[in-house]
Design a protein around this ligand. Structure first.
Ligand SMILES: Cc1cc2nc3c(=O)[nH]c(=O)nc-3n(C[C@H](O)[C@H](O)[C@H](O)COP(=O)(O)OP(=O)(O)OC[C@H]3O[C@@H](n4cnc5c(N)ncnc54)[C@H](O)[C@@H]3O)c2cc1C
Length: 445
């Protein structure tokens, strides 16, 4: 049952003896902080705090035997809210949070699915290593590293999935296995972009990068409705050295709009950072404010972001991956942020660089020509229908969307996230490995 509609649990969960110590039921003092997700208040019949593949298999078997829906949760930041449910079983992997350097020479690290990226960043910083993940330290590995991972170092490092070298996972039928390029290559392909539909990953082996301090710049521009400042940011980033990755937000600034830009430079040489930033500062649209400093990567992906997820941020979100943010596309994006009745909260990410080195068919994340991701968000009382009407002019400029910045789960989302041949292969693998759709994250058309 979809969570968030205020329904009481539809059924109780008869806890198998093997899970007695691990299961949190309504009435348990831990339940209020475990029942919900970042976006959605939920009322599951049980939350199982699994400790390994055996617990996962037992939880899946018990839920199946009792006819209860299953949610899989690592960090609870999924935008759709489907990592909890009303009346079903939540397989909670937050306890599988190991972060370990397996081989410093090859920079291979092992990261449990429940590890929060802020903790991953600080554990790896002690070894001068980093994994580019996302911008939030409370997001966990499980949901992000099975779908994409557009992080602060993405143009240098690629997506998180691009550096996954092996996974351990449990299939919907309870089988535990390890997948890498040589073993279960189909699963290994799917898990890097469409992993939520093939199994429950318990741990990742990921190739980290060497990283000391990074350059961090904060710039603020006046955001003109014609999209000039936005298009300038995008074209400067498309031409920037791949040490630079940037995120931008369109914010209201009194009656006007402002473009707030953060740039991360995977470089600890202040002169090189200054030089790389130059074109972002010197175009026709000049920043109203500009500041830059060297900082630890953990200042951006921080364990200080950690919090319990209690459904406090209801939101509907969609996004478009754009081969270029042309002036027309930028104007369309600005129009959503400036809409008089339901202004979208818009964030953008620069892509390209190492992300686009990977062939489109090499992983289940197919979007290897995009230079920009634009994401639109609306807050209650507005819903998906409002957002889709508002966002339609932006979508015309895009080639698809990033599954993890979509809050909807309908067939349109599948088709945008997994276009063409990628979609056909994902569909077949999801059906083969989870024929009953127990884990299926999206409706497949
Ligand atoms: C505040 C915020 C900031 C974000 N920033 C970024 C960002 O910078 N870059 C980016 O790429 N994304 C970002 N995201 C999106 C993020 O990648 C997704 O929300 C992701 O699903 C969160 O992972 P989680 O484990 O915390 O989520 P959960 O809610 O626990 O899981 C979401 C879904 O992922 C699947 N899943 C979870 N764990 C597993 C597992 N172990 N195995 C298989 N499937 C699993 C399940 O289908 C589950 O319903 C952000 C989200 C939020 C809310």
């Amino acid at each position: 049952m979809t969570p968030g509609h205020g329904a009481a649990p539809a059924a109780a969960f008869a806890v198998p003896a093997a899970l007695a110590e691990r299961t949190v039921l309504p009435g348990d003092p831990r339940y209020p902080l475990l029942r919900s997700t970042y976006t959605t208040v939920a009322r599951p019949a049980a939350v199982v705090l699994v400790r390994g593949p055996g617990d996962i298999a037992a939880a899946l078997a018990a839920a199946r035997a009792q006819g209860l829906p299953v949610s899989v949760r690592s960090g609870g930041h999924g935008l759709s809210g489907r990592s909890s449910n009303d009346g079903g079983v939540v397989v909670d992997l937050s306890g599988l949070d190991e972060v370990r350097v397996l081989d410093r020479a090859t920079r291979l690290v092992r990261i449990g699915a429940g590890a929060r990226w802020g903790r991953v960043a600080s554990a790896l910083a002690a070894h001068r290593l980093a994994v580019s993940s996302g911008d939030h330290g409370n997001v966990a590995a499980g949901g992000l590293a099975t779908a994409g991972g557009i992080g602060w170092l993405a143009r240098t490092y690629g997506l998180t999935v691009d550096r996954v070298r092996a996974v351990e996972l449990v299939l919907a039928d309870g089988t535990a296995l390890r997948a890498d390029a040589a073993h279960h290559p189909d699963l290994f392909w799917a898990v890097r972009g469409a992993g939520a539909g093939v199994g429950i990953v318990t741990a990742f082996e990921i190739e980290a990068m060497e990283l000391g301090d990074i350059g961090v710049a904060q710039l603020v521009f006046e955001a003109d409705p014609a999209g000039g400042a936005l298009a300038q940011w995008a074209s400067a980033m498309a031409a920037a050295p791949r040490t630079l990755t940037s995120a931008a937000h369109i914010l209201s600034n009194g009656p006007a709009l402002a473009l707030s830009v953060t740039v991360a430079a995977a470089d600890d040489d202040p002169d090189r950072v200054r030089e790389a930033l130059g074109p972002l500062l010197s175009g026709r649209y000049r920043p109203l404010q500009a500041a830059a400093q060297l900082a630890a990567y953990t200042a951006l992906v921080s364990s200080a972001h950690e919090h319990a997820n209690t459904g406090r941020q209801p939101v509907v979100s969609t996004n478009s991956l754009l081969p270029a943010l042309t002036r027309d596309a930028a104007r369309a994006v600005m129009a959503t942020a400036g809409d008089r009745h339901r202004p979208a909260f818009v964030q953008l990410r620069s892509l390209g660089g190492a992300i686009n080195d990977v062939p489109a068919g090499a992983t289940a994340y197919a979007h290897r020509t995009a230079q920009v991701m634009a994401q639109g968000n609306l807050f209650p009382p507005h819903g998906h229908d409002d957002l889709h009407r508002l966002w339609a002019p932006v979508r015309e400029h895009g080639t698809g969307s990033y599954v993890n910045f979509e809050s909807g789960t309908g067939p349109g989302v599948f088709d945008r996230a997994y276009p063409g041949a990628t979609g056909a292969r994902v569909r077949e693998l999801w059906r083969r490995h989870d024929p009953d759709g127990v884990l299926r994250p999206l409706t497949v058309g």
